[in-house]
Each structure stands twice: as structure tokens, then as C-alpha cells.
Design a protein around this ligand. Sequence first.
Ligand code: NAP
Length: 278
Amino acid sequence: MTSVPEIQIADGVRIPQLGFGVYQVPPEATEEAVTTALEVGYRHIDTAQMYGNEQGVGDALKASGLNRDEVFVTSKLNNGFHRRDAALRAAEQSVERLGGPMDLFLIHWPLPTIDVDYLETWQAMIEIRDAGLTRAIGVSNFQIPHLERIIAETGVTPAVNQIEVHPYLTNEAVRAYDAEHGIATEAWSPIAQGAVLGDPTIAAIAERLGRTTAQVTLRWHVQRGDIVFPKSVTRSRVEENFQLFDFELTDEDVRAIAALNRDHRTGPDPDTFDYIPA
Ligand SMILES: NC(=O)c1ccc[n+]([C@@H]2O[C@H](COP(=O)([O-])OP(=O)(O)OC[C@H]3O[C@@H](n4cnc5c(N)ncnc54)[C@H](OP(=O)(O)O)[C@@H]3O)[C@@H](O)[C@H]2O)c1
């Protein structure tokens, strides 16, 4: 079985660089999808309260027979729970659904245009960590000013920042800020939900190496040092996406793929996104 490298993200906390994402996996299909991923060898699952499928993740973990400390589990605070008391309650509910404390808990979106200040939310995240509900805390979709503010006001640096990154949105400025401050970057939608898979530059590299375009794209993230968790409900793809550690891109390949950047977001802009689920 391929061995997945681990990255140190906080004192004593190490995360497998490759995981399995469950965004848009229907709740009733989640236990099966996560079971498949665990069978293939993934030991890192990325879910969120907003996805409505934490229970399926928890059920798969329980059914797997693996010890809870053998699988790294991330969840994210939903947008409606940014106030302190709501955040603490929501974190407790995640722990219950997942069957034990989380390894990493993130603020899903900063929501900078709504009236609940994400600074209050970050202070609540520190309490959530100190209460033992999660081993590490971080953020998602935070832009540089949001990061600067929470670090300056609390002195606590997020362990990770999970942001949209793929060959069509290389997000270099935020990645550089993360790196300078010891924040691990997690790249969401690493294959742009499939949009980069027909790219001729990536296809040419894939053909030369005898790999698929998905594998080349995921390997590109890995060689740049980012953490990835591609999503698939298709077993053959779950297997394909796990085979990233027995080949290498040249520096020139890495640069050629980065040069495909066109600042194209597949998801919302974090500066204006203000969705609160009903
Ligand atoms: N923090 C955030 O705001 C945020 C936002 C978005 C995503 N995320 C996280 O990032 C994870 C991954 O992102 P994502 O789910 O948006 O997109 P993604 O992983 O970039 O792409 C998933 C799509 O690509 C297909 N696919 C996967 N592997 C493939 C392969 N080898 N060949 C061809 N097609 C393949 C999947 O199809 P099938 O499933 O039909 O096989 C699915 O349609 C999420 O699951 C979630 O954990 C976080």
C-alpha cells in the first residue's frame, strides 16, 4: 500500500497530506463512500457541518474497526453558528456525530460582510480546542486581512487555512502568507471539480508519465506542499486518486501547471460570500 506523507500542523498534530473529501456526497451515501476510502487506504476525511453528512462519516469510522486515532478527521463550523455559544454547541454536536473528538475543526467561511464578527468566532474556536473537542483549530476561505486580524487580536495562529486552489486558481498570495506564518494550506476542489482534467498541458504531462490527468494534478499539489482531499463516489477514481506517491513531476512540469492560472473560482468569493443555511 502507498504510504502517504504526514505534515506537522500544530504542536504534536500531524495530518496525512492526502485525504478524502465528502462535499456533495449525499448523507445516505456517505457511510459507503467513506468505507470505500478507508478500504483503499485513506486515513484522513474532510467533512463539514454544512455537508449534512458527519453522521455517515462517524458511522463508517465506527464500522471500520480502526482505532479513532488511526484516522484524521476534519469538520467545519457552519455559517449560522458564528456566535460563541452557538459555536460551542455546534462543536459538541459534531463530536457526537463523528463518534469522538475531532482532529481539526475549521471556521468554514469568514463571512466578513455579516454582523457576527469572525474574531468572536475565532475566540470561540480557541475555547473549543481548549475544551478538548478538537486537537487543532484552523480556518477556511480566510483572506490575508482576515488572517492578519485574528492573529493580531488573539495571538493564536490557525493551524491550517483551507482555500480553493487548483491549476486555474493558484491563489499564490494567500498560500505565501500561510507559508510565512506557519499555516498549512489545504487546497479545496483540487481538480476544480473536474474542470482541469481536459487541459492539454496537463494531458501532455500525464501522457509522458503514463498517469491520468487527475493524478498529475493531485501530484502537482503534493509537490507544492499543499494538503489535498479529492472527492469521488466512484471506487476506481478513489483508488486512482490514492496512487500519487510512486511518481514525480519535474520542476518544469510544476511550473508549467502553475502557469495555467487564470484566477478562475469554481466556488464563491470569500470576501462577499454571506450564505447562512436556513
Ligand atoms: N472549505 C470549503 O469551502 C470547501 C469547498 C469545496 C470543497 N471542499 C473540500 O474539498 C473536497 C474536494 O473538493 P470538491 O469535492 O469540491 O471537488 P474535487 O475533489 O476537485 O472534484 C470532485 C469531482 O471530480 C470527480 N472526480 C474525482 N476524481 C476523479 C478522477 N480521478 N477522474 C475524473 N473525475 C474525478 C468527482 O466525480 P465522482 O464523485 O462522480 O466520481 C467529482 O465530480 C470536498 O469534498 C471538501 O471536502 C471544501
